[in-house]
Design a protein around this ligand. Sequence first.
Ligand code: HAM
Length: 423
Amino acid sequence: MKGTFDVLPDTGTSRDSDIPGSAQWLDAEARIREVMRRFNVREIRTPIFEPTGLIARGIGALTDVVSKEMFAFEREGVDYVLRPENTAPVMRAYLQHNLAQIGGVQKLSYIGPFFRAEQPQKGRYRQFHQFGAEYIGSEDPRSDAEMIALMMAVYEAFGITGMRLRLNTLGSPDSRAAYRDALRQYFAPHVGALTETSRQRLDKNPLRLLDTKVEHERALVAEAPRLTEFVSEDDHAHYGEVKRLLDGLGIAFVEDPLLVRGLDYYTRTTFELESDKLGAQSALAGGGRYDLLAVEIGAKKPVPAVGFAAGFERLFIALHAEHLADAQYAAPDVALVALGERAADWAFRTAQDLRAAGLAVATDLKGRSMKAQMREANRQNAPLVLIVGDHELDQNEVVLKQMDTGEQRTVADADLIAAIQGI
Ligand code: HAM
């Protein structure tokens, strides 16, 4: 299916070379959860689909994500979409369950699949996977700075280098409205020189013109008025504090007044983390503050909040480029090789006992020859093979073979678990 992939157990077996095996996914998820633990962030899980209205109001009906990239369906007269992101759903859950009553800041994280019907390319899929966090309930700049620190700590945990953190403030809706007008005025004499897409953007959301990739438009953008000139003193002070806190943590960033994000809910702080390993889709992660999202989706009062989300697939491209993606499944502790029906029955039951004792056990489920079973044990890199046939059964014993040395010894079957664990 276009823009989707399967995650197979072994790395390198998927036809999509950027997608590692499931051991690598499990390893990455465990590392991310460990960073979340250190920041005292707890997981939230929301449905994979949400009402279209929530997503459209939350993200903004004019964004690319909502206007052209939704996977939508209808059921019993209600329109739904597969979730394209999680900030609006998490805020919905926060409001619906009145998590504000708990007090303090809710620090929530998530890992899961998301859906956008984009044109697939390297690092861009239609079903992709994000990890992210949302801090809900504080407008303090410490919240913004800690969120960025959390995001950076994840990449640090993986040892990734060659990253660039871009930072900006989008101010408040008022300042942005004034800025939009200023941009329209500035671009008006140049409309003829703009591409069709940019002309539409100028009409609907001129801020999106700032991240144009078209060369001659970039030259125009370079001379355009800056949002910074329209941002209120309060918003500037908030931004200044975020920068001071980041400096204090030793987190390097570059200020980029042209950084606009593709989702409409942002106010004040916005940021994006780029990697030089990714090519055209250079964003590893992005996020920002969204104090007014709650109101957009039906709350009576603003709920201050800040968050980030990051793509797993892009993390893997970066890991791969730095040769850091090498997690594999561990081999089984022991493989059982049985000769004959009676021994196969015994092995089948004994496997259960060994597993109950906590051992990872490989068995033959196809009634294969002893030679084929040995070959399979080898292929699976089992360090230990337990060999049993009629003769051993009659003596109530089994043979344990240590594969690295080839050494074999006979063990009474009553002592089996202790013997395996002792090796
Ligand atoms: P976003 O920038 O749309 O933000 O997505 C965050 C990250 O998800 C991107 O930087 C990228 O790594 C990954 N991503 C997005 N679309 C795709 C795709 N089609 N294929 C592969 N990876 C993709 C958000 O989603 C916001 N909810 C972030 C946020 C959280 N803001 C506040 N809180």
